[in-house]
Ligand binder design. Structure first.
Ligand code: NAD
Length: 279
């Protein structure tokens, strides 16, 4: 795909830039001349991303932060103001896989953590950075949901809940902002299976091997092109379009049967009749 000048000198903030798609956005945007504000909870991983960037005058500012922490967001916004006097695009990319267990085996603490990072972390990012985005002539808010924002799959109730919630929040926000700040583009991204390190648990190793196959750079370059086209819903990656259409067209009775195939990829022990029940 052609590289354009669209992002040249635009200031782009990226969360979760230490790995996977966050790292891909950083390297692709650096090559396209953007100024970067990079953050991740893992400071070493963030340094490794910075080491991959072309050394140029264009400007990169980094901050270790936890997206679930409001104070960190305020500091990240201050960094944007201090270093670049504003921001054109926020990519709310940081996310975690969640408990990777059946709903009854996940603890309330795991559910809260998944929601705090994948949902409330993004909400706080939107709230904190929107004053910077609305101040620009052109700006974009890019929220990363998932194809698991369309379907509920086994061993992912907390993850699916967080990505459905993010989809609802972002779809509302895009209607509201189009009305009062039409210069702020809002994008909802639904990646399919992308080859990253998101599946860290041994419990999801089979799923990772089988489904997380689309190269991360390819996924992120498609997102950057679709942002330039102002496409509000970006669906791309392994199984993404198929999942989107099946979730729209199939009655839940049929969809549920289809999704039950996913049970082959999870630990059958968790599905014995005599499991321990909700903890
Ligand atoms: N890989 C896929 O197949 C896939 C599919 C759909 C959606 N997604 C979503 O894409 C986004 C990027 O995921 P990825 O696949 O590149 O995963 P990844 O694990 O490779 O990268 C995620 C990054 O987020 C960081 N992070 C985790 N918790 C954080 C926190 N509390 N604060 C700040 N940073 C934090 C991690 O340190 C990591 O560097 C996530 O939101 C994920 O849910 C991924």
């Amino acid at each position: 795909m052609a590289t354009t000048d669209f992002f040249r000198n635009k200031v782009v903030a990226i969360t979760g830039a230490g790995s996977g798609m966050g790292r891909s956005y950083a390297t692709l945007l650096a090559a396209q001349g953007a100024k970067l504000l990079l953050s991740d909870i893992d400071a070493d991983a963030l340094d490794a991303t910075v080491a991959l960037l072309p050394s140029s005058e264009q400007g990169v500012a980094v901050m270790a932060m936890d997206v679930s922490n409001t104070e960190h967001w305020i500091a990240f916004k201050k960094l944007a103001m201090d270093e670049f006097a504003g921001c054109h695009m926020l990519i709310n990319n940081a996310g975690i896989e969640g408990a990777a267990q059946p709903a009854w085996a996940s603890t309330p603490e795991q559910l809260n953590r998944t929601m705090d990072v994948n949902f409330f972390g993004v909400v706080t990012g939107c709230r904190t950075f929107l004053p910077l985005l609305t101040a620009q002539k052109w700006s974009a808010l890019v929220n990363i949901s998932s194809i698991f924002g369309f379907i509920g799959t086994p061993n992912a109730s907390d993850y699916c809940a967080s990505k459905f919630a993010l989809r609802g929040y972002t779809e509302s926000l895009m209607v509201e902002l189009a009305h009062v700040h039409p210069q702020v583009q809002v994008h909802l991204v639904h990646p399919g299976g992308v080859d990253t390190d998101i599946s860290r648990s041994v419990r999801t190793a089979k799923f990772k091997r089988r489904f997380l196959t689309t190269p991360s750079d390819e996924m992120c370059q498609v997102v950057l092109v679709e942002v330039q086209r102002n496409n509000p819903r970006i669906v791309y990656g392994n199984h993404a379009k198929k999942t989107y259409w099946l979730s729209k067209l199939l009655p839940l009775m049929q969809l549920r049967k289809l999704l039950a195939k996913g049970l082959k990829l999870v630990d059958q022990e968790d599905y014995r009749q005599d499991h321990n029940g909700f903890k």
